[in-house]
Write a new protein. Structure first.
Length: 300
């Protein structure tokens, strides 16, 4: 197994334990999100400054990077609330619909429109979501706060991906991650203050959980996934990230005795399969001049 693949596997494991830590409710949802970003920023900011790599080309990019940080902060905040108010499995699976929202956003705002396979996969994924949550919720329009926030988390992450893709054309990855993470921490700190969530008073396990979230689930995970993305196909990394939902389900069942019903399993499989279809592309093998096999990626 190559180094990028090892990094990808470890990175996925790192982010898969995050919903389990949040579900333990050792600290309030939004404060938990704040410490996740603040602890990561405490490491990133001095490193980036001391290495001389904190370079933002323009005021416009500075603003857009900070906007990305605020959007990502909203994503983590509503996801944390969803996890604590429902199950780690349901919240993780529903927020993984973000590729669907990215594709819909791309259809309206980007030149590269989604392919036919994207729309087929989207229909399958939405059917999987309905199966996962339960048909009666949609028939009776009986959506609770946890469901709405889980979906909203995926939407926020999709917006973050679309904006950050535009920004990263003109800015290096390290200063972007550093500034956006710092912005997320500040935004979540202010939000926690106005929501009257306590910043202290947690037990020993609570602080350990927060440190793990910051150093492992945020800092280590995103650096590892960034390394994997740089050296592997983006589509392959994106599809592999769907394994997070599977691992989270297993961890939730093993460590916090979370009930996993047959309906949830079937719905989750359909949902993940639908998202996998959205990434599908044809690979047409051709023979190069030296007799080596090459591939042309052709989307339908």
């Amino acid at each position: 197994m190559t180094k990028p693949r090892i990094a990808l596997v470890i990175g996925i494991i790192c982010i898969s334990i995050f919903p389990i830590l949040v579900k333990l409710k050792l600290s309030p949802a939004i404060v938990s999100a704040f410490y996740r970003m603040a602890i990561a920023a405490a490491v990133l900011v001095p490193f980036t400054f001391l290495s001389g790599k904190f370079k933002i080309p323009s005021v416009k990019l500075l603003f857009l990077t900070m906007l990305c940080g605020a959007i990502f902060a909203l994503d983590v905040a509503v996801w944390n609330i969803s996890i604590q108010e429902s199950t780690a499995t349901q919240a993780t699976l529903l927020t993984n619909l973000s590729p669907v929202w990215v594709g819909i956003g791309a259809f309206f705002f980007l030149k590269n429109k989604p392919t036919r396979n994207f729309w087929i996969g989207t229909v399958i994924a939405i059917f999987g979501m309905i199966t996962l949550v339960g048909f009666h919720f949609f028939v009776n329009l009986d959506f609770n706060l946890a469901f709405v926030f889980a979906i909203l988390s995926g939407v926020f992450y999709a917006i973050y991906m679309l904006v950050s893709k535009f920004v990263l054309y003109d800015i290096e990855v390290l200063p972007f991650i550093t500034l956006s993470t710092l912005t997320s921490a500040v935004f979540l700190g202010i939000l926690s203050y106005f929501m009257n969530e306590p910043f202290t008073g947690f037990g020993e396990m609570g602080w350990i959980s927060l440190i793990i979230q910051g150093l492992v689930c945020q800092l280590a995970a995103w650096l590892l996934l960034g390394y994997a993305t740089k050296h592997m196909r983006a589509t392959r990394v994106s599809v592999s990230l769907l394994g997070q939902a599977v691992l989270t389900t297993i961890f939730a069942w093993m460590f916090i005795n979370e009930e996993v019903t047959l309906q949830m399993i079937v719905g989750g499989i359909i949902l993940l399969f639908g998202i996998r279809v959205t990434f599908y592309s044809k690979k047409i093998p051709i023979i190069g001049k030296e007799g080596e096999t090459a591939e042309i990626i052709s989307n339908d």
